[in-house]
Write a protein that binds this ligand. Structure first.
Ligand SMILES: CC(C)(COP(=O)(O)OP(=O)(O)OC[C@H]1O[C@@H](n2cnc3c(N)ncnc32)[C@H](O)[C@@H]1OP(=O)(O)O)[C@@H](O)C(=O)NCCC(=O)NCCS
Length: 167
């Protein structure tokens, strides 16, 4: 396994996070976002990731090679124990178990912040994502048909979930 360290992200990591995020957007494999994120977009994103909604980065040496975040799922009080996740690994570092290490640490962080469940939404054709999630114990909830519209076509979205602590 590659020697990677995982730590809580700082605002100084935002440009590296943005670069990796934009690779995922351009690859059309990770998100319904069509346009690359600008520095201003990232400031808004960072503001939404305070408190319980943590961000982790994976580093090799001093290079950030991946990141993962806990995102708000819903502002309704009834869903306060549910977080949504994002996870992105730099193109050149995919397939080296960095995603798996990030996700393992993200679940620990989520437990510390008293989330009992993580949900995620992924393209059904994102095989790397699905392999990672299935291996980590996420269950397919189902597929929303024609849930999003990207590049002039409707796309299906798969929902997955994992209970990360017993209730
Ligand atoms: C999805 C992603 C985060 C996975 O991270 P990663 O570091 O590449 O994945 P890992 O190396 O930890 O692999 C985890 C499992 O998935 C499998 N996997 C990884 N890449 C794969 C690929 N291209 N095709 C099929 N399976 C793959 C691995 O084989 C591994 O299982 P194994 O240990 O049984 O071999 C990463 O590929 C990525 O950033 N992709 C672009 C952004 C994205 O799609 N994010 C998710 C949005 S829902």
């Amino acid at each position: 396994m590659v020697d990677v360290s995982i730590r809580v992200a700082q605002s100084q990591d935002l440009e590296a996070i943005r670069g990796i995020y934009n690779q995922g957007i351009l690859d059309r494999i990770a998100t319904l976002d069509a346009e690359p994120k600008s520095p201003d977009d990232m400031m808004i994103w960072w503001d939404a990731h305070r408190g319980r909604y943590g961000v982790l980065v994976a580093e090799i040496g001093h290079q950030v090679v991946g990141w993962a975040s806990l995102n708000p799922y819903s502002s309704r009080q009834a869903y306060r124990g549910v977080a949504e996740l994002s996870i992105y690994v730099h193109r050149e570092y995919r397939g080296q178990h960095i995603g798996q290490q990030l996700l393992t640490q993200l679940e620990i962080l989520a437990r510390q912040h008293l989330f009992y469940k993580i949900v995620l939404f992924t393209f059904p054709h994102n095989m790397a994502g699905q392999r990672l999630y299935t291996k980590m114990g996420y269950r397919e909830v189902g597929i929303f048909q024609r849930q999003g519209y990207l590049d002039g076509a409707f796309v299906d979205i798969m929902a997955m979930e994992k209970f990360i602590q017993t209730l």
